[in-house]
Design a protein. Structure first.
Length: 361
């Protein structure tokens, strides 16, 4: 008998496996990393490559029917959020306030448009990472500029390949999307939806409050425990936390198992190959491709691929693979556990404050 808590770990939705679209997203990442080695500035270009990865995922989203506009919006929001987050990280209470505001906005915007909500979530992640590495002046601006560079490089590469392959309307590309996104409403309708959402009976409001509070707890937990690479904890919490319990639970299980598989794969490959820079770049490209291709086809393989991608990407900066793998696994597991706990605990904490807060999970 199937339990309501069963999670599908093995089934692969092959119609959602789009290898051609995935191949178009890899060249920008590889070119950026090669540029980092050529200019002897590996760390900044690693940051740019990470930005290019996110913008590549943004190519399967739409803003007002345009994938190109989705990528441009994502690039701008991530670079600005990273800059502001890097500056705010110098003053911990300000960073906490920003996290709460960004989290609340992320939850509310999801009611307008799923694709735009995803784009805002990536900007929240950029803010969280920026706050984890605080700096001032030109260093903060430089970090934002390299994120901008990575996004622009990805946009140019994908747009050029679309053009060369005869995709005249960029929205015509077949991408791994589950359903056509809703059109983004015009400003009067947006304002009306937001006003309606700012009430305790609104699902968007309840979800946004839960996201904001849980993110604050995750950031504070990282601050208190002084975790290595602790920014993965709030990042994972944000990604896993969904409006309903089952999706939060299923995403958490798939994410932890996928991350563990990625840790094992990356550790084994690093032990066997002892990869140097150019081999590391090749591995980044391979796992980046699998991450794109399996994003909708199989969440476990997707998580494993992204974990390996991140491990070999950061290894280019000189950090040992074994250090990166286990830190990511620990923080991912903590983030998933916190997201699941929030789905239960927040009900009791918020119900006295927010009337009509739902009691079922």
């Amino acid at each position: 008998m199937q339990s309501k808590y069963d999670v599908d770990l093995y089934r692969c939705d092959w119609p959602q496996f789009h290898w051609q679209a995935s191949l178009r997203r890899v060249p920008a990442i590889i070119l950026l990393l090669l540029a980092g080695i050529y200019f002897h500035q590996v760390a900044p270009f690693v940051l740019a490559a990470a930005s290019a990865l996110s913008v590549g995922f943004g190519a399967s989203r739409q803003v007002r029917g345009s994938r190109l506009l989705a990528m441009i919006t994502l690039t701008l929001l991530m670079s600005v959020s990273a800059w502001v987050g890097t500056l705010a990280g110098n003053i911990y209470p300000v960073a906490l306030l920003m996290t709460a505001v960004w989290g609340l906005a992320c939850g509310l915007i999801n009611v307008l448009n799923e694709d735009l909500g995803w784009i805002v979530m990536q900007s929240v992640i950029a803010q969280l990472v920026g706050a984890a590495f605080p700096s001032h002046g030109m260093e903060a601006a430089g970090r934002a500029l390299f994120i901008l560079l990575g996004g622009v490089a990805q946009i140019l590469c994908i747009s050029s390949l679309w053009y060369l392959q005869g995709i005249s309307r960029f929205g015509d590309e077949i991408c791994p999307v589950s359903a056509p996104p809703k059109d983004l409403p015009h400003f009067p309708e947006v304002w009306k939806i937001f006003r309606e959402s700012l009430f305790s009976s609104s699902n968007a409001f309840r979800y946004a409050v839960r996201v904001a509070i849980t993110l604050l707890i995750a950031v504070e937990l990282d601050h208190l425990l002084k975790l290595k690479d602790g920014y993965w904890l709030p990042m994972t919490t944000l990604i896993i936390l969904k409006p309903d319990f089952y999706r939060t639970y299923a995403n958490g299980v798939q994410r932890v198992i996928g991350t563990l598989a990625g840790v094992i794969a990356a550790t084994a490959i690093a032990h066997l190959l002892q990869p140097q820079n150019f081999v590391l770049i090749a591995l980044v490209g391979i796992f980046g491709f699998f991450g794109y291709a399996f994003q909708k086809a199989n969440p476990v393989v997707f998580s494993a691929s992204i974990t390996s991608f991140v491990v070999f990407l950061i290894a280019l900066t000189g950090l040992p693979e074994s250090t990166v793998t286990w830190h990511r696994l620990i923080n991912t597991a903590l983030g998933c556990a916190l997201a699941l706990l929030a789905r239960f605990v927040s009900l009791k904490l918020l119900r006295p404050v927010i009337p009509h807060f739902p009691v079922k999970v």
